[in-house]
Structures are given as C-alpha cells and as structure tokens.
Design a protein around this ligand. Structure first.
Ligand code: SF4
Length: 207
C-alpha cells in the first residue's frame, strides 16, 4: 500500500500535509499543476487523517535538526483542526524548540462558525494567510471560494490572529498569468490590520 506523505521537507523546514481538501479553488493552486513537492507525492489516499502516523513520520524526520514546522500541504490544514491541534500539542511537548506555523486561506472561523483563533494560541506561533486581492471581486476571481463571505471572513481572521498575539503575515501571489492585483492597496490594508505583508512571486512550477 502506498504510504501517505504527511510529513515532508522543503527549504530546510518541516512541512505537514493533513488534507487535500480546500474551501478555495485558487486559479494558481499548485495541486492543479503537479502532484509532488520536492519528490514527495502529497495526494493522500484517504481523508481520514492517521494522527499516530503523522507523529511517527515526524519523529522519523529527526525534528531536532530543524527550527520550524509548517502545516501546509495540498489542502487547507484548518479543515483538520482537531488533528492539527493534537499534532501541534505533540510538537510543543516533544520538540519545544520548533516554531510552528500554519499556512491557511484564513477561512477557519467561517468553516467552523465560531472564533477558533484562541484555540490556536500556545500551539501555533505564526500564521501565513492568503490575502490574494485588494477587494472581494479580485479575491473571488483568484481564489474561487466555495463559501459565502470568504473575503470578509478571511480579513476578520487576520484581525483575530493579530489580537491573540500570533505572528501574522498576509500574502499575495503576483505574476500569475495576466491576473492583476493592486499591491499597494493590499499592503496598506494588511498593515492597517497589524499584520505583515508578503508578496509571493509566481514561479513556473509554483510559488
Ligand atoms: S487556498 Fe491553497 S490549497 Fe486551497 S485552492 Fe488556494 S492555493 Fe490551493
């Protein structure tokens, strides 16, 4: 049986891949371009996340040698909130030197219909949130969200993370095909919310 790759390495960091599901369908989603990142096939056999297997793969990668771990993968990690919290707690107990981050579309509160950010406090040190566009029109065009009010909810999520003292970065993918994003407006809005702005230039095989 094929092994599910829950844990992989990229740019000297450990990444955790909990799901292939997402509430967005971004035009530039890397899942639509290739099925592997640095040789690790990230398509999972099942959406029934095996938390014990995640921990096992994590131990095998020897986390002592790394400084940061990122919940990311081919999907929206917060869709697996309970599993994510169990794994993050395991990391904080067993490998307290590791900084923890989630790369998210920022729709967690919309998905669960409650403010989940306080649940991340103490487990997650930083979040990187896909801001994607200066207004709902641009955001919807690029992110193709499946849930209503995704743009507003994502912005509220940024504010909640900042409020909880989680290091918060909001990102924009630039240079993808002919899509145009007003970077100045995005930067201004992001910084006004107290988050850091980061541009992620599109590369031919991802970003
Ligand atoms: S939020 Fe990420 S995983 Fe989801 S569709 Fe967009 S790029 Fe893909």
């Amino acid at each position: 049986m094929k092994k599910n790759n829950y844990v992989y390495l990229l740019d000297g960091k450990i990444y955790i891949n909990l799901t292939n599901l997402c509430t967005n369908d971004c035009v530039f989603c890397i899942r639509d371009i290739k099925d592997d990142v640095v040789g690790a096939n990230l398509f999972l056999d099942s959406e029934k996340t095996d938390v014990e297997e995640v921990k096992k793969q994590l131990d095998e990668i020897k986390p002592e040698k790394y400084s940061e771990i990122v919940f990311c993968g081919y999907g929206e990690p917060i869709l697996k909130l309970e599993e994510l919290k169990i794994v993050a707690e395991y990391i904080k107990k067993k490998y307290p030197h590791l900084k923890t981050r989630i790369n998210t579309n920022g729709q967690g509160n919309l998905i669960y219909k409650r403010n989940i950010v306080p649940e991340l406090k103490g487990l997650i040190d930083s979040v990187s949130i896909s801001f994607n566009g200066e207004n709902k029109k641009v955001y919807d065009e690029l992110s193709r969200p499946k849930l209503e009010n995704a743009y507003e909810s994502m912005k509220d999520f940024i504010k909640e993370c900042v409020k909880e003292g989680i290091e918060t970065t909001a990102t924009i993918v630039t240079g993808y095909k002919n899509y145009k994003v007003d970077l100045d407006s995005c930067k201004k809005q992001i910084e006004e919310m107290g988050a850091k702005f980061r541009e992620r230039p599109w590369l031919d095989n991802g970003y």
